[in-house]
Design a binder for this molecule. Structure first.
Ligand code: IMP
Ligand code: MG
Length: 198
């Protein structure tokens, strides 16, 4: 006889998940305010053009843009990697280009996380060809242990250990992006940490 599930019992198909807070929303906001001032100090009086990568970088971009005094515009690009397993092969593909030219502009690429660096390496090569006046990189999170490509960010929110994180734009199968904080994803019955290389 088949066992019936009690109301409210979790489905067996989705493994149990929990998120352990790593960086609170308050700390994120305070760090972004400081980064915004640092960026403005480096380019006083210049119009800044923020370019973010959909979808993970959107929360960081909007909070950063609101905290930079003076003239700021922004645009979006989308890329896809050929599956997580092949990301290290460098197969990044452009799926949505920018709306406007970046020629002669002071461009800040805004990303949620710098992991292997393959995505940013691809984007920086692409943008350099388009002759911006300046090209800088701002990332909310940096996982230096995972780096494959020689990419360095000019502005880093937080350096974090090699753990799979979600929240504040970062997802696990498109979920958790809306969390106002960043947390480590714990998976399964024993709620083990999800290996970052999965
Ligand atoms: P990279 O090309 O390996 O540097 O990867 C960058 C992209 O991988 C990020 O923009 C994220 O979309 C994704 N990513 C890397 N690490 C994590 C993580 O810990 N959680 C969620 N997404 C991640
Ligand atoms: Mg991303």
């Amino acid at each position: 006889m088949q066992k019936r599930k009690k109301a409210g019992q979790q489905s067996d198909r989705r493994p149990r998940e929990r998120v352990r807070v790593l960086i609170t929303g308050g700390r994120i906001q305070r760090r972004i305010q400081a980064l915004a001032m640092e960026i403005r100090k480096d380019f006083p009086g210049e119009p800044l053009h923020l370019v973010s990568v959909l979808k993970g970088g959107v929360f960081f971009l909007t909070d950063l843009a609101r905290n930079i005094p003076g003239e700021v515009s922004f645009d979006f690009i989308a890329v896809s990697s050929y599956g997580q397993k092949t990301r290290s092969s460098g197969q990044v593909r452009l799926t949505r280009d920018l709306d406007s030219s970046i020629e002669g502009k002071t461009v800040i690429v805004v990303e949620d996380i710098l992991d292997t660096g393959m995505t940013l390496q691809y984007l920086l090569r692409l943008f350099e060809q388009r002759k911006p006046k300046h090209l800088r990189v701002a990332v909310l999170l940096d996982k230096p242990e995972r780096r494959i490509a020689a990419v360095r960010a000019d502005y880093v929110g937080f350096s974090i250990p090699n753990e799979f994180v979600v929240g504040y734009g970062l997802d696990y199968a498109e979920r958790y992006r809306n969390l106002p904080y960043v947390g480590v994803l714990l998976l399964g019955r024993g709620l083990k940490e999800k290996p970052a290389e999965d």
